[in-house]
Ligand binder design. Sequence first.
Ligand code: 5GP
Length: 215
Amino acid sequence: MSSSARTAGDLFVIAAASGTGKTSLIAALLERCPRLALSVSDTTRPARRGEIDGQHYHFVDVDAFRKGIEASRYLEHAEVFGNYYGTSRERVEALWREGRDVLLEIDVQGAAQVRQAHPDAGMVFILPPSLSTLGERLHGRGLDEPEVIRRRLDEARREIGACGDFDWLVVNDDFDRAVSELAAIVTAWPLRRARQSWRVRQLLDEDANAITIRD
Ligand code: 5GP
């Protein structure tokens, strides 16, 4: 039987400090792994230029978000830089029903909640080659003042310190290599023995005496 006999999809979390290049890595990973689908989060932050509602995020107001929390509609949620972000439980389950594996691009607070609720989720943390490279990248984006960059670097240091929640660390020093490493993780994760106990059972259920052996 092929691996399509798997019933439920896998869940992956990718987190990183801002400026680590996570978004581009994830876009390339999704192209390499067609079974993998990115769950689009809800957020209360305003859309940035070029962002499309329903594609980059579902942009909701604070009231709707709080109601969602009360109704347990979020698999995880967190406040990041003064805005709420959350993963819709229903959206993840719908993707699983479609036979997809689901990828969450979330922060470390949300990742810790996923670890609690889904201990079998594959958790990947992307590291910058160094804090100084990260500082240069943030500066190169031209989005933030030096003071903001310093705060982001402090935040990055805090997030990197929380990487103990994660199973895998990928360093984004060489983009193509980092994408290959992410794809390798996504490929290897469902091969864990615990994930394939059905396969072992199926083999052991076969009746060895009923097998015709040719001379
Ligand atoms: P941005 O506003 O730059 O798109 O995202 C800010 C941070 O929020 C990033 O670290 C991003 O990974 C995180 N984030 C995006 N969606 C979610 C989510 O659904 N849950 C959590 N916990 N964090 C999220």
